[in-house]
Design a protein around this ligand. Structure first.
Ligand code: F6P
Ligand code: MN
Length: 331
Protein backbone atom coordinates (compact mmCIF):
# COMPACT_ATOMS: atom_id res chain seq x y z
CA UNK A 1 0.00 0.00 0.00
CA UNK A 2 1.67 3.27 -1.08
CA UNK A 3 2.17 5.95 1.54
CA UNK A 4 -0.24 8.89 1.30
CA UNK A 5 0.93 12.47 1.71
CA UNK A 6 -1.10 12.75 4.93
CA UNK A 7 0.60 9.71 6.39
CA UNK A 8 4.01 10.94 5.30
CA UNK A 9 3.50 14.38 6.89
CA UNK A 10 2.25 12.74 10.07
CA UNK A 11 5.42 10.62 10.22
CA UNK A 12 7.67 13.64 9.64
CA UNK A 13 5.90 15.33 12.53
CA UNK A 14 6.27 12.25 14.76
CA UNK A 15 10.01 12.20 14.05
CA UNK A 16 10.24 15.87 14.99
CA UNK A 17 11.40 16.85 11.49
CA UNK A 18 8.54 19.32 10.94
CA UNK A 19 6.14 21.05 13.29
CA UNK A 20 2.37 21.12 13.15
CA UNK A 21 2.22 24.47 11.32
CA UNK A 22 4.55 23.32 8.54
CA UNK A 23 2.70 20.04 8.20
CA UNK A 24 -0.62 21.88 7.85
CA UNK A 25 0.86 24.33 5.36
CA UNK A 26 2.27 21.58 3.11
CA UNK A 27 -1.05 19.78 3.29
CA UNK A 28 -2.86 23.00 2.32
CA UNK A 29 -0.53 23.48 -0.67
CA UNK A 30 -1.25 19.91 -1.77
CA UNK A 31 -4.99 20.51 -1.47
CA UNK A 32 -5.04 23.79 -3.36
CA UNK A 33 -2.90 22.24 -6.11
CA UNK A 34 -5.77 19.81 -6.73
CA UNK A 35 -8.02 22.77 -7.38
CA UNK A 36 -5.51 24.40 -9.76
CA UNK A 37 -5.08 21.05 -11.48
CA UNK A 38 -8.82 20.83 -12.02
CA UNK A 39 -8.92 24.24 -13.75
CA UNK A 40 -5.81 23.49 -15.79
CA UNK A 41 -7.17 20.13 -16.90
CA UNK A 42 -10.51 21.54 -18.06
CA UNK A 43 -8.82 24.11 -20.31
CA UNK A 44 -11.21 25.56 -22.88
CA UNK A 45 -14.12 23.70 -21.28
CA UNK A 46 -13.63 25.70 -18.10
CA UNK A 47 -13.36 29.02 -19.99
CA UNK A 48 -9.99 29.63 -18.36
CA UNK A 49 -7.69 30.01 -21.37
CA UNK A 50 -6.39 33.31 -22.76
CA UNK A 51 -5.37 36.63 -21.27
CA UNK A 52 -6.81 38.24 -18.15
CA UNK A 53 -6.30 41.69 -19.69
CA UNK A 54 -3.92 42.78 -16.89
CA UNK A 55 -0.15 42.96 -16.36
CA UNK A 56 1.83 41.82 -13.33
CA UNK A 57 4.36 44.09 -11.60
CA UNK A 58 7.01 42.82 -14.00
CA UNK A 59 5.09 44.10 -17.02
CA UNK A 60 4.13 40.60 -18.20
CA UNK A 61 0.61 39.91 -19.52
CA UNK A 62 -1.31 37.87 -16.96
CA UNK A 63 -3.23 34.88 -18.26
CA UNK A 64 -6.63 34.09 -16.78
CA UNK A 65 -5.13 30.97 -15.24
CA UNK A 66 -2.28 32.98 -13.64
CA UNK A 67 -4.80 35.18 -11.86
CA UNK A 68 -7.12 32.33 -10.94
CA UNK A 69 -4.28 30.16 -9.62
CA UNK A 70 -3.05 33.06 -7.51
CA UNK A 71 -6.52 33.43 -5.96
CA UNK A 72 -6.76 29.70 -5.32
CA UNK A 73 -3.31 29.71 -3.70
CA UNK A 74 -3.99 32.65 -1.38
CA UNK A 75 -7.37 31.29 -0.38
CA UNK A 76 -5.91 27.81 0.11
CA UNK A 77 -3.14 28.77 2.55
CA UNK A 78 -4.16 31.91 4.41
CA UNK A 79 -6.56 30.26 6.90
CA UNK A 80 -4.08 27.63 8.12
CA UNK A 81 -2.68 29.47 11.13
CA UNK A 82 0.76 28.60 9.75
CA UNK A 83 1.47 31.88 7.97
CA UNK A 84 2.34 35.46 8.76
CA UNK A 85 2.42 36.51 5.09
CA UNK A 86 2.48 35.59 1.42
CA UNK A 87 4.31 36.87 -1.66
CA UNK A 88 3.58 35.90 -5.23
CA UNK A 89 4.81 36.50 -8.75
CA UNK A 90 1.30 37.77 -9.46
CA UNK A 91 1.05 40.25 -6.56
CA UNK A 92 2.96 43.55 -6.57
CA UNK A 93 3.59 43.47 -2.82
CA UNK A 94 3.72 41.08 0.10
CA UNK A 95 0.34 40.21 1.57
CA UNK A 96 0.15 39.86 5.37
CA UNK A 97 -2.32 37.23 6.52
CA UNK A 98 -5.69 38.84 7.09
CA UNK A 99 -6.55 39.69 10.72
CA UNK A 100 -9.47 37.26 10.68
CA UNK A 101 -7.02 34.33 10.69
CA UNK A 102 -4.48 33.39 13.36
CA UNK A 103 -0.93 34.48 12.59
CA UNK A 104 1.53 31.63 12.12
CA UNK A 105 5.31 31.47 12.13
CA UNK A 106 6.02 31.03 8.39
CA UNK A 107 6.16 33.03 5.16
CA UNK A 108 5.36 31.51 1.81
CA UNK A 109 6.57 32.90 -1.54
CA UNK A 110 5.12 31.32 -4.66
CA UNK A 111 4.74 31.31 -8.40
CA UNK A 112 1.12 30.10 -8.70
CA UNK A 113 1.45 29.01 -12.33
CA UNK A 114 4.92 28.72 -13.75
CA UNK A 115 5.48 28.40 -17.49
CA UNK A 116 2.44 30.49 -18.45
CA UNK A 117 3.30 30.44 -22.15
CA UNK A 118 2.58 26.70 -22.06
CA UNK A 119 -1.01 27.10 -20.80
CA UNK A 120 -2.72 27.65 -24.13
CA UNK A 121 -0.78 24.88 -25.90
CA UNK A 122 -1.55 22.22 -23.26
CA UNK A 123 2.10 21.70 -22.31
CA UNK A 124 3.52 21.21 -18.77
CA UNK A 125 3.06 23.97 -16.19
CA UNK A 126 3.38 24.08 -12.42
CA UNK A 127 3.15 25.80 -9.05
CA UNK A 128 6.37 26.64 -7.16
CA UNK A 129 6.60 27.48 -3.44
CA UNK A 130 9.21 28.48 -0.89
CA UNK A 131 8.65 28.50 2.90
CA UNK A 132 10.78 30.38 5.43
CA UNK A 133 10.44 31.54 9.04
CA UNK A 134 8.74 34.91 9.31
CA UNK A 135 10.52 37.72 11.14
CA UNK A 136 8.72 39.34 14.07
CA UNK A 137 6.54 42.37 13.47
CA UNK A 138 4.54 43.70 10.56
CA UNK A 139 4.92 41.82 7.27
CA UNK A 140 6.19 43.96 4.38
CA UNK A 141 8.13 43.26 1.16
CA UNK A 142 11.34 43.48 3.22
CA UNK A 143 10.23 40.59 5.45
CA UNK A 144 10.78 38.28 2.45
CA UNK A 145 14.39 39.33 1.78
CA UNK A 146 15.84 36.19 3.38
CA UNK A 147 18.68 34.17 1.76
CA UNK A 148 17.50 30.89 0.21
CA UNK A 149 19.64 28.76 2.52
CA UNK A 150 17.21 29.68 5.30
CA UNK A 151 14.22 28.08 3.59
CA UNK A 152 12.61 25.45 5.80
CA UNK A 153 10.77 23.81 2.92
CA UNK A 154 10.35 24.24 -0.82
CA UNK A 155 8.72 22.42 -3.68
CA UNK A 156 6.58 22.43 -6.76
CA UNK A 157 3.53 20.75 -8.22
CA UNK A 158 3.78 19.87 -11.91
CA UNK A 159 0.62 19.60 -14.01
CA UNK A 160 1.33 17.36 -16.99
CA UNK A 161 0.18 13.85 -17.99
CA UNK A 162 0.72 13.15 -14.30
CA UNK A 163 0.35 15.69 -11.50
CA UNK A 164 3.37 15.38 -9.22
CA UNK A 165 4.14 17.20 -5.98
CA UNK A 166 7.86 17.35 -5.20
CA UNK A 167 9.16 18.88 -2.00
CA UNK A 168 11.89 18.99 0.59
CA UNK A 169 11.88 19.91 4.26
CA UNK A 170 15.67 19.86 4.28
CA UNK A 171 16.02 16.08 4.57
CA UNK A 172 16.23 15.03 0.92
CA UNK A 173 13.61 15.35 -1.80
CA UNK A 174 10.42 13.32 -2.20
CA UNK A 175 7.83 13.05 -4.97
CA UNK A 176 4.12 12.26 -4.66
CA UNK A 177 1.92 11.39 -7.64
CA UNK A 178 -1.73 12.45 -7.62
CA UNK A 179 -4.30 9.72 -8.08
CA UNK A 180 -7.41 11.42 -9.55
CA UNK A 181 -9.52 8.36 -8.76
CA UNK A 182 -9.06 8.78 -5.00
CA UNK A 183 -8.00 12.42 -4.81
CA UNK A 184 -4.84 11.45 -2.91
CA UNK A 185 -1.15 12.16 -3.37
CA UNK A 186 0.87 8.93 -3.07
CA UNK A 187 4.60 8.61 -2.44
CA UNK A 188 6.30 7.53 -5.68
CA UNK A 189 9.93 8.57 -5.13
CA UNK A 190 11.28 8.72 -1.59
CA UNK A 191 14.87 9.60 -2.40
CA UNK A 192 15.37 11.84 -5.38
CA UNK A 193 19.00 11.92 -6.44
CA UNK A 194 20.62 13.75 -9.37
CA UNK A 195 23.57 11.97 -11.02
CA UNK A 196 26.86 13.89 -10.83
CA UNK A 197 27.48 13.75 -14.60
CA UNK A 198 25.13 14.34 -17.49
CA UNK A 199 24.97 14.57 -21.26
CA UNK A 200 21.72 16.56 -21.43
CA UNK A 201 21.32 20.33 -21.28
CA UNK A 202 18.39 22.76 -21.37
CA UNK A 203 18.69 26.39 -22.46
CA UNK A 204 16.70 28.65 -24.79
CA UNK A 205 19.14 28.41 -27.71
CA UNK A 206 17.40 31.17 -29.66
CA UNK A 207 19.07 33.65 -27.30
CA UNK A 208 22.65 32.44 -27.94
CA UNK A 209 23.76 35.65 -29.62
CA UNK A 210 22.64 37.68 -26.59
CA UNK A 211 24.52 35.79 -23.86
CA UNK A 212 27.79 36.78 -22.21
CA UNK A 213 30.90 35.32 -23.90
CA UNK A 214 31.68 32.59 -21.32
CA UNK A 215 28.15 31.14 -21.49
CA UNK A 216 28.23 31.30 -25.29
CA UNK A 217 31.60 29.54 -25.33
CA UNK A 218 30.39 26.85 -22.93
CA UNK A 219 27.27 26.08 -24.98
CA UNK A 220 29.25 26.17 -28.24
CA UNK A 221 31.62 23.59 -26.73
CA UNK A 222 28.66 21.42 -25.68
CA UNK A 223 27.47 21.51 -29.30
CA UNK A 224 30.89 20.37 -30.58
CA UNK A 225 30.20 17.02 -28.89
CA UNK A 226 32.73 14.19 -28.83
CA UNK A 227 35.10 16.08 -31.18
CA UNK A 228 35.16 19.22 -29.01
CA UNK A 229 37.09 20.13 -25.85
CA UNK A 230 34.53 18.46 -23.53
CA UNK A 231 34.77 15.22 -25.49
CA UNK A 232 31.19 13.94 -25.29
CA UNK A 233 27.95 14.22 -27.24
CA UNK A 234 25.09 16.10 -25.58
CA UNK A 235 21.34 16.03 -26.12
CA UNK A 236 19.15 19.12 -25.67
CA UNK A 237 15.65 19.67 -24.23
CA UNK A 238 13.56 22.83 -23.77
CA UNK A 239 10.05 22.63 -22.31
CA UNK A 240 9.83 26.40 -21.56
CA UNK A 241 8.51 25.87 -18.03
CA UNK A 242 11.07 25.89 -15.22
CA UNK A 243 9.01 23.40 -13.23
CA UNK A 244 9.25 20.86 -16.05
CA UNK A 245 12.96 21.46 -16.67
CA UNK A 246 13.78 21.04 -12.97
CA UNK A 247 11.54 17.99 -12.78
CA UNK A 248 13.50 16.41 -15.62
CA UNK A 249 16.80 17.23 -13.91
CA UNK A 250 15.53 15.71 -10.65
CA UNK A 251 14.25 12.56 -12.33
CA UNK A 252 16.96 11.73 -14.86
CA UNK A 253 19.66 14.36 -14.46
CA UNK A 254 20.89 17.18 -16.68
CA UNK A 255 21.62 20.88 -16.47
CA UNK A 256 19.10 23.72 -16.81
CA UNK A 257 20.24 27.25 -17.57
CA UNK A 258 18.65 30.66 -17.84
CA UNK A 259 21.53 33.11 -18.17
CA UNK A 260 21.80 36.92 -18.27
CA UNK A 261 21.44 38.36 -21.75
CA UNK A 262 22.37 41.72 -23.28
CA UNK A 263 18.88 42.80 -24.37
CA UNK A 264 18.11 44.00 -20.84
CA UNK A 265 21.63 44.32 -19.41
CA UNK A 266 20.46 45.75 -16.08
CA UNK A 267 18.47 42.56 -15.44
CA UNK A 268 20.63 39.74 -13.99
CA UNK A 269 18.41 37.06 -15.57
CA UNK A 270 14.81 36.20 -16.35
CA UNK A 271 13.88 33.98 -13.43
CA UNK A 272 12.85 35.37 -10.08
CA UNK A 273 15.02 34.68 -7.04
CA UNK A 274 12.47 34.34 -4.24
CA UNK A 275 9.83 32.08 -5.74
CA UNK A 276 11.61 30.40 -8.67
CA UNK A 277 15.40 30.16 -8.25
CA UNK A 278 15.56 29.74 -4.45
CA UNK A 279 13.03 26.91 -4.09
CA UNK A 280 14.49 25.09 -7.11
CA UNK A 281 18.04 25.60 -5.82
CA UNK A 282 16.97 24.19 -2.44
CA UNK A 283 15.48 21.09 -4.10
CA UNK A 284 18.56 20.72 -6.33
CA UNK A 285 21.01 20.79 -3.44
CA UNK A 286 18.81 18.47 -1.40
CA UNK A 287 18.97 16.00 -4.31
CA UNK A 288 22.76 16.23 -4.60
CA UNK A 289 22.86 18.74 -7.45
CA UNK A 290 24.11 22.35 -7.53
CA UNK A 291 22.67 25.77 -8.34
CA UNK A 292 24.66 28.93 -9.11
CA UNK A 293 24.22 32.29 -10.80
CA UNK A 294 27.60 31.68 -12.46
CA UNK A 295 29.74 32.98 -9.63
CA UNK A 296 27.75 32.50 -6.42
CA UNK A 297 25.65 29.77 -4.86
CA UNK A 298 22.02 30.83 -5.41
CA UNK A 299 21.08 29.94 -1.82
CA UNK A 300 23.71 32.38 -0.48
CA UNK A 301 22.47 35.42 -2.40
CA UNK A 302 21.12 38.21 -0.21
CA UNK A 303 17.80 39.24 -1.82
CA UNK A 304 17.36 42.99 -2.26
CA UNK A 305 13.94 43.18 -3.85
CA UNK A 306 10.79 41.07 -3.71
CA UNK A 307 10.66 40.40 -7.45
CA UNK A 308 14.44 40.32 -7.98
CA UNK A 309 15.70 38.33 -10.94
CA UNK A 310 18.75 36.13 -11.15
CA UNK A 311 20.75 34.06 -13.65
CA UNK A 312 20.36 30.32 -13.04
CA UNK A 313 22.60 27.31 -13.80
CA UNK A 314 21.25 24.29 -11.99
CA UNK A 315 21.74 20.54 -12.10
CA UNK A 316 24.46 17.89 -12.30
CA UNK A 317 27.43 18.89 -10.14
CA UNK A 318 30.07 18.20 -12.77
CA UNK A 319 28.28 20.29 -15.39
CA UNK A 320 27.54 23.24 -13.07
CA UNK A 321 31.22 23.18 -12.05
CA UNK A 322 32.14 23.31 -15.74
CA UNK A 323 29.99 26.41 -16.31
CA UNK A 324 31.59 28.09 -13.29
CA UNK A 325 35.04 27.35 -14.76
CA UNK A 326 34.12 28.99 -18.09
CA UNK A 327 32.94 32.07 -16.18
CA UNK A 328 36.04 32.06 -13.94
CA UNK A 329 38.43 31.69 -16.93
CA UNK A 330 36.91 34.75 -18.58
CA UNK A 331 37.59 37.04 -15.59
O1 F6P B 1 8.65 31.88 -15.25
C1 F6P B 1 9.40 32.16 -16.35
C2 F6P B 1 9.40 31.04 -17.36
O2 F6P B 1 8.10 30.76 -17.80
C3 F6P B 1 10.06 29.73 -16.86
O3 F6P B 1 9.17 28.84 -16.32
C4 F6P B 1 10.72 29.19 -18.10
O4 F6P B 1 11.89 28.49 -17.80
C5 F6P B 1 11.01 30.41 -18.92
O5 F6P B 1 10.19 31.47 -18.43
C6 F6P B 1 10.74 30.21 -20.39
O6 F6P B 1 11.24 31.28 -21.06
P1 F6P B 1 11.41 31.34 -22.65
O7 F6P B 1 10.34 32.25 -23.07
O8 F6P B 1 12.78 31.92 -22.86
O9 F6P B 1 11.27 29.98 -23.24
MN1 MN C 1 7.45 31.22 -13.43
Amino acid sequence: MPVTLNQYLFELKQKGLIDHQLSRLLDAVANLSKEIREKVTLGALGGVLGLAGTENVQGEDQKKLDVLSNEIFVKGVQWTGSLAGMASEEMDHALPVSKEYPRGKYLIAFDPLDGSSNIDINAPIGTIFSISKAPEGEITDESFLIPGREQVAAGYVMYSPQTIMTFSVGKGVVMFTFNPATGQYLLTNEKVSVPVSTAEFAINMSNLRHWATPVRNYVRDLLKGADGPIGKNYNMRWVAAMVAEVHRVLTRGGIFMYPWDNRQPERPGKLRLLYEANPMAFLSEQAGAQATNGTQRILDLQPEKLHQRVAVFLGAKEEVERVKQYVEKAK
